[in-house]
Design a protein around this ligand. Structure first.
Ligand SMILES: NC(=O)c1ccc[n+]([C@@H]2O[C@H](COP(=O)([O-])OP(=O)(O)OC[C@H]3O[C@@H](n4cnc5c(N)ncnc54)[C@H](O)[C@@H]3O)[C@@H](O)[C@H]2O)c1
Length: 429
């Protein structure tokens, strides 16, 4: 089949490349010419393990094309995926759908023949209905919802072996087409599930809100563990062994962040508010997560004191999770400027390189080696769970023998750190 992905970001690029890899011909289109030029030169525009190789392979095989010409891409394709961003509106809970509607207007303007329009972007209930209204000649289009569940850092695996493929349509015939698109994955055991369009739109928000709730729950229990001398890891293991609960997303850490949970929990509240439904549980999750950001800053002060002027604070990892370069809503975006404002000297190392988000901070420096970043540390904050941070010999790499390690990911064992005489703090233990 011939597909067009509108939006070549984390979702459009990964799913477009993977669709090409299972034999479809894919036209990835983005309004950002820099992104398209980079991709056409054979380089991935995002950091995602394995993606570069897959792009090169399918680009070379002439199954994967990159263009900023939307009319060309649309008219080469039968199925059009909308994969543009749906951020929160500024100072509001509600979802900014302007990119989605702009894409719909472009489809309406340029598409010459009948097309199936598939929304992969995470969109509020009823967005499919609104897209339908934008598409002037309705007979020419079928609008479907096919929410995306891939996780950055594991996106290729998630595409190839999804837990489920959800397709929502109000029109029966289209199910067959979309199912055949995914057939190579379904044949390998992926669960395929169809519902109506609004149902599919809600499944995505409800899933993300539930996962955010799970993280927030274990983070609150971690606070209780810290006060009562209990190890949160034992609690996660004990609870997670119950198949009704499950062990994933049950690991305590900093406040949740990233490109989805913060905006999707807020988005769900705003959808429910419009319907006059009080999602009090999700509201309290958002509140608790906000509180956690402050709580961790307070904890740092408890660890190294109120006055942190001229203290050397080192961040290992600044992205919201490992194996991605995505900085959206990463906890470090709150922590680093805060410490910087209080007069601390910040150094950081991240495997995906320096971040423009910190460029304007005078005393915030990126090092491209862990040992250089840590050399003069008073406090090391282990922020992101990259593999390369899992077995560091801190006593060797830090000059100051009185340095403190604050492990936000519980990568090290307190007993082991005590044996090594490292002043060590972690989460919920
Ligand atoms: N990132 C994730 O892990 C993830 C996972 C599941 C679902 N989602 C959802 O998928 C959607 C996309 O997320 P993302 O992280 O890929 O976003 P992104 O910001 O990485 O990419 C969006 C891309 O769309 C392009 N774009 C915007 N309007 C366009 C237009 N009219 N024509 C062409 N290109 C246009 C932008 O230039 C950008 O490159 C969002 O709704 C998000 O919630 C994201």
């Amino acid at each position: 089949m011939r597909l067009c992905m509108i939006g070549t970001g984390y979702v459009g690029l990964v799913s477009g490349t993977c669709f090409a890899d299972i034999g479809h011909t894919v036209y990835c289109v983005d309004k950002n010419e820099e992104v398209i030029n980079k991709l056409n030169s054979g380089k991935s525009s995002i950091y995602e393990p394995g993606l570069n190789e897959l792009i090169k392979k399918n680009h070379r095989s002439k199954r994967l094309f990159f263009t900023s010409n939307i009319s060309y891409a649309l008219n080469k394709s039968d199925i059009i995926f909308i994969c543009v961003g749906t951020p929160s509106k500024k100072n509001s809970l509600s979802v900014d759908l302007s990119y989605v509607f702009k894409a719909a207007k472009e489809i309406s303007k340029f598409a010459k023949k009948k097309k199936i329009i598939v929304t992969k972007s995470t969109v509020p209930i009823g967005t499919g209905d609104q897209i339908e209204k934008i598409l002037k000649n309705k007979k020419k289009f079928i609008v479907i919802s096919n929410p995306e569940f891939l996780r950055e850092g594991e996106a290729i695996r998630d595409f190839r072996y999804p837990d489920r493929i959800i397709v929502g349509s109000n029109e029966n015939k289209s199910f067959k087409t979309i199912k055949s698109l995914y057939l190579p994955l379904i044949n390998k055991g992926a669960k395929y599930f169809s519902t109506n369009r609004r149902g599919a739109e809600l499944i995505k928000y409800a899933s993300n809100a539930f996962l955010a709730t799970k993280i927030t729950f274990i983070n609150e229990i971690a606070n209780l563990c810290e006060k009562t001398g209990i190890n949160i890891e034992d609690i996660s293991l004990g609870m997670g062994s119950d198949v009704r609960i499950g062990s994933r997303f049950l690991r305590a850490g900093p406040a949740y962040g990233g490109s989805c949970f913060p905006k999707d929990t807020k988005g769900l509240i705003s959808i429910a508010d419009k319907e006059k439904v009080d999602l009090s549980l999700v509201k309290s999750v958002i509140k608790s997560n906000e509180k956690r950001k402050k709580l961790l800053l307070d904890k740092v002060h408890t660890i190294i004191g109120k006055n942190i002027k001229n203290k050397n604070i080192v961040f290992l990892g600044v992205t919201f999770k490992p194996n991605t370069d995505d900085m959206r809503d990463s906890p470090s975006l709150g922590m680093i400027p805060y410490f910087h404002k209080k007069g601390a000297n910040i150094t950081y190392y991240d495997p995906t390189g320096a971040k423009y988000e910190f460029v304007k901070l005078k005393n915030c420096k990126f090092y491209n080696q862990i040992n250089l970043a840590c050399k003069n540390a008073d406090l090391i904050i282990l922020h992101t769970e990259w593999d390369e941070f899992k077995s560091l010999d801190f006593n060797k790499i830090v000059k100051n023998k009185k340095f403190i390690l604050y492990d936000l990911r519980n990568l090290y064992l307190p007993k082991e750190m005590k044996r090594k005489k490292i002043n060590y703090f972690s989460i919920g233990r």
